[in-house]
Design a protein around this ligand. Structure first.
Ligand code: PMP
Length: 425
């Protein structure tokens, strides 16, 4: 028997990479090239990328390639030497945040950014308790695995979970319900003698199912953690760099200034960069008590790439583009309610949407198998999206910000075709 090239690759992969990695799609893709919002497999088949937030400017963007090659051909060192590029980058970056968020530190990933933010929070507050949402994902380190209940391993002893501000399943004021849940989690920590250090939330609540709530929906929760002596860490690893129609998702909330913001994924358009933007007083305390050296974090090439990505986002006003063209996407996705009774709730902003599928609107029963079938059928049709949510029943639509109206048409044609062909329609 001769095996197909993909089957052989799957076997090789299992043999050499082991059991812990997962693949997307019933028929995994072997992608060899990307350009803008298009991806191509080894047979030259084209896919529309409506999923990947990392290549925020689009795959193989020339500004990133140019910055990378220019800097890599000169020098690549670390933060123990002086270099102007990291300063230009840090200055440009922190200037996009409200005061007093005026300092930045750099890492190689979103996980390292969250890990560093937690170290700073624990040092500055003296606390160790952390509150996260019930299906959160915050990263790969041992510390963060204990704060990422979506991994299915439970949480660490000093961590408490709260339900996300779920606008679909909460009746009444989501902000009040979320604030109340955080207050109860704080009280629970305190009862056990654990001082709260931080409320750590993804400002898009991506793995919880995407909830970018109404104005003020985080205010009560943030007030509660601060009243208890803890800090508010906004994890913008998913929501940052223009996705929400603003450069930072928390900016949609008037007056909300986190104590720390963590960054990653789109920050290098595919190059591994992460970071923490925070207040000088917090870094002063951290720097007095400890030190931080991350061999590759903030290296010269990464700083040059990060600067190119951020400058391009600003020059092209990609947040504005996401807001404008994203509104078309929102309207189109809402029209799917007329195409299939599975479509129960469409939520999101800019270029980030969750389309929740249920089998029963009264009971709100998650259509988990159906969501997987839709995502697999879309991939077969040449359009890539994903799923999220505790029950994996929310279609996750999160394209590069280079997405245009014509791509929305292509995505919608595929979505309508697949949804109208689902059994029971
Ligand atoms: N925070 C959030 C909200 C994330 O979605 C992720 C990655 N999925 C991380 C942190 C971790 O980032 P990384 O994979 O770059 O370590």
């Amino acid at each position: 028997m001769t095996l197909s090239a993909n089957t052989q690759t799957l076997l090789n992969r299992r043999a050499v990479l082991g059991a812990a990695y997962r693949l997307f799609y019933a028929e995994p893709l072997n992608l060899v090239r990307g350009q803008g919002v298009e991806l191509f497999d080894g047979d030259g088949r084209r896919y529309l990328d409506a999923y990947n937030n990392v290549p925020v400017l689009g795959h193989a963007h020339p500004a990133v390639i140019e910055a990378f090659t220019r800097q890599a051909s000169q020098i690549n060192t670390h933060t123990r030497y002086l270099h102007d590029t990291i300063l230009s980058y840090a200055e440009t970056l922190v200037a996009t945040f409200p005061a007093p968020l005026r300092q930045a530190m750099f890492t190689c990933s979103g996980s390292e950014a969250n890990d560093l933010a937690l170290r700073i929070a624990m040092t500055a507050t003296g606390g160790s308790g952390v509150i996260v949402t019930s299906n959160a994902y915050h990263g790969v380190t041992a510390l963060l695995a204990g704060m990422s209940p979506s991994l299915g391993l439970g949480v660490a002893p000093a961590v408490r979970t709260v339900p996300p501000p779920d606008s679909y399943r909460t009746s009444g004021d989501v902000g009040a319900a979320f604030g109340q849940a955080v207050a109860e989690a704080i009280a629970d920590l305190q009862r056990e003698g654990i001082q709260p250090a931080a409320l750590l939330v993804d400002t898009t609540f991506a793995s919880d199912g995407i909830f970018v709530g109404p104005q003020g929906y985080l205010d009560q929760a943030v007030a509660a953690i601060r009243a208890a002596g803890g800090l508010f860490i906004a994890d913008e690893v998913q929501g940052g760099f223009g996705r929400s129609g603003q450069l930072w998702t928390f900016l949609r909330q008037p007056g909300l200034v986190p104590d720390m913001v963590t960054l990653g994924k789109p920050m290098g358009n595919g190059h591994p960069i992460g970071g923490v933007v925070t207040r000088p007083d917090l870094l002063d305390v951290f720097g007095q008590r400890s030190r931080y050296f991350n061999t590759f974090g903030g290296n010269t090439v990464s700083a040059a790439v990060g600067l190119a990505v951020l400058s391009t986002i600003q020059q092209q006003d990609l947040p504005g583009h996401a807001a404008l063209v994203g509104a078309e996407l929102a309207a189109a996705l809402n029209s799917l309610k007329d195409v299939s009774p599975l479509v129960a709730d469409v939520r999101g902003v800019g270029f980030y949407y969750g389309v929740e599928l249920v089998t029963d609107h009264q009971q709100k029963t998650p259509a988990t198998a159906e969501a997987k079938a839709v995502v697999d059928a879309l991939a077969q049709a040449g359009v890539l999206v994903g799923v999220c949510g505790a029950a994996s029943n929310v279609l996750k639509i999160r394209p590069p910000l280079a997405f245009q109206s014509e791509h929305i048409d292509e995505l919608m044609q595929a979505l309508r075709g697949v949804l109208s062909g689902m059994p029971g329609q």
